[in-house]
Design a protein around this ligand. Structure first.
Ligand code: ATR
Length: 294
């Protein structure tokens, strides 16, 4: 087979978003492609909203066997594919693949969160009866769904726009308790798990202002923000020796399933991969290139 034929037949996936060029997904999927010596590729496709319907509908014609989908296209990806139960629960799709020529979709953010937390704190779900999730956007929905699945009985959802938190109680049931931001100081002491699922604390955004001293000594603190990796929230929690989980842990874990669906190998998250991504985040911060979530 000559070089051209090999390039034509090479299975390839992509990340579709707008913007997408600062996504970490190409770095991590190409790492795995190299690691498993696959003749495959993973590309970046920046697609504006007016073209997204046409792009996803022609994904296969463009030579793709699947894709990750990031902001702002997760809703449209959900609508124009056949979603699985995870995507239906979260009402957003971040991963596309073909099954018997049908465009399927899933949402891997829930398993990204659950697998990451299982790795740092086995049986955490026996320990946590009450949790706080800050935020009620797409990332928060995936995390709340995971908490409901694991039987957490009191999930306090704190959001600037209260009705979005109230909508999540309608969606996920009465273990979800909506609150506005001013309720937070009264909730912190009894929660064993605190998750920041807002963009607060991200480089270039407003800081997240929380008094972590109020958290109990056996609580777990997670932040979906990964630029900076060591957010003020996580730094404060670490200073208190609390168990912490950063945004990169969750990002890596959510990427595993897509790679497996497209290329048939369940890839491993290694220390080397983790460090490769940390180096990219640090370099991008120095160059003022803020990363978009996957
Ligand atoms: P994602 O899909 O990544 O979760 P999103 O759907 O835009 O992104 O959600 C962002 C979350 O961060 C929301 O919960 C948002 O609160 P609102 O629902 O009130 O918009 C929260 N957020 C963003 N900026 C905020 C700010 N300055 N103060 C408080 N919450 C903020």
């Amino acid at each position: 087979m000559d070089e051209n034929q090999s390039a034509i037949s090479k299975p390839k996936a992509c990340i579709i978003g707008y913007p997408a060029k600062h996504s970490l997904s190409p770095i991590l999927h190409r790492y795995w492609i190299n690691q498993y010596r696959l003749n495959a590729d993973y590309r970046v496709e920046e697609v504006e909203s007016e073209n997204i319907f046409e792009f996803i509908n022609n994904l296969s014609k463009k030579g793709y066997i699947g894709a990750n989908v990031t902001m702002p296209h997760k809703d449209i990806a959900f609508q124009i594919s056949r979603p699985d139960a995870h995507a239906i629960a979260v009402r957003a799709s971040n991963t596309l693949w073909f099954e018997n020529n049908i465009l399927r979709s899933t949402n891997t953010d829930t398993e990204g969160f659950l697998n990451a937390i299982d790795a740092v704190f086995p049986n955490w779900d026996h320990h946590v009866k009450e949790a706080i999730v800050l935020g009620a956007g797409g990332a928060a929905r995936a995390i709340i769904y995971g908490l409901v699945e694991r039987g957490i009985t009191r999930i306090n959802v704190v959001n600037r726009t209260l009705h979005k938190a109230t909508d999540l109680r309608v969606r996920f049931g009465c273990s979800v308790i909506p609150h506005s931001w001013d309720a937070l100081p009264n909730l912190i002491e009894s929660a064993k798990l605190l998750v920041n699922a807002t963009s607060l604390g991200m480089q270039g955004k407003k800081p997240l202002d929380i008094d972590t001293k109020l958290l109990s000594d056996d609580s777990i603190v997670c932040d979906i923000v990964y630029s900076p990796l060591n957010t003020t929230l996580l730094a404060d929690a670490k200073a208190r020796n609390l168990v912490v989980l950063n945004g990169l842990d969750m990002l890596l874990n959510q990427a595993v399933r897509g790679f497996e669906l497209w290329f048939g190998i369940r890839p491993k998250i290694t220390q080397e991969l983790y460090e490769t991504l940390v180096a990219h985040i640090v370099n991008a911060e120095m160059a003022d290139n803020y990363y978009r979530p996957i």
